[in-house]
Design a protein around this ligand. Sequence first.
Ligand code: BG6
Length: 256
Amino acid sequence: DVMKEVFDIRQMEIELQQKLDLAEVHIVPGNSDEFSWVKKEMGRTCIALMKKKLFAKGNTIAVTGGTTIAAVAEMMIPDVDLKEALFVPARGGLGEQVENQANTICATMARKAMGSYRLLHVPDQLSKDAYESLINEPSVKQILELIRSANVVIHGIGEAQTMAERRNSSQEVLEKLENANATAEAFGYYFDQSGDIIHKVLTIGLQLEDLKGIPHIIAVAGGASKANAIKAYMKYGTNQVLVTDEGAAKAILKKT
Ligand code: BG6
C-alpha cells in the first residue's frame, strides 16, 4: 500500500543519513538501473531542493556532466528565482561524449531555466604545461573565478571503472585505478572504498578543496549499481546533501 511505501522511504532516508553521515537525504521510489524515469524523478527532486537553497539574488550554479545531471537539466522548468541565475560547468573536459559533458548540460539547464550561462572551453587531455598556461589566460581566469564563487554545486557520482571506461582512459590509468581498488568517481577524481583520492583527471575548474567554500552541494546519484560508489564518495565528503533512489538506498542499507 502507498502509505506504507512512503513510510518505508522516509525511514530509509533517516537510516541512510545516519549511516553515511549526511546533512540531508532524499530518496525517490524505484531503481534507476532498471527504469530511466527514476533518474528524472531524482532530477525533479534535485531541482525542488536547489530552489530552496537559492539566494534572493545573484546565484551561480555549477553543474557536472553525466546522464544523471542531464536528467536534472531535462526536468528544469522556468522559474522567477532562476531567471537571473548564472549556470557554469564545474570542471573542464573529462573525456566524456558531448551529451555527457558539463558544458552541454550547463547550457541546457540554463536555457530551460531561462537563466544565463558561461562555458569552459578546455581540451580533455591537458599536459602540465598546457594546464599552467591555460589557468593564466585572462578569459579562463575570469570564468574560473565565477565557478569558484558558485553558491550551489550539483554533481553526479559514478562507479569508478564504469567512468574510467566511458572516458576512454589510457591503459595506464585503468591499471592504476584497478591496483588502487578504485570505487567511486566525482568531479574527475577517483576514490577508493575508504574515500581516499587515488587519481584525478587534470583539468581546470572546481578542485575538490574548493568545495569547502561552497554553501550548497547537492549530489545526485542512484541505482543499486552505484551503492558502493556512493558509500565511498560520502566517506570523503561527509555532511553533504544526497538525492538518490530506492535501488541505491536499499543496496547501501543491505535491505535487498
Ligand atoms: C560525470 C561527472 O560527468 O558524471 C562525474 O563528472 C560523475 O563526476 C558522472 O561520476 C556520473 O555519470 P552518470 O551518467 O552515472 O550520471
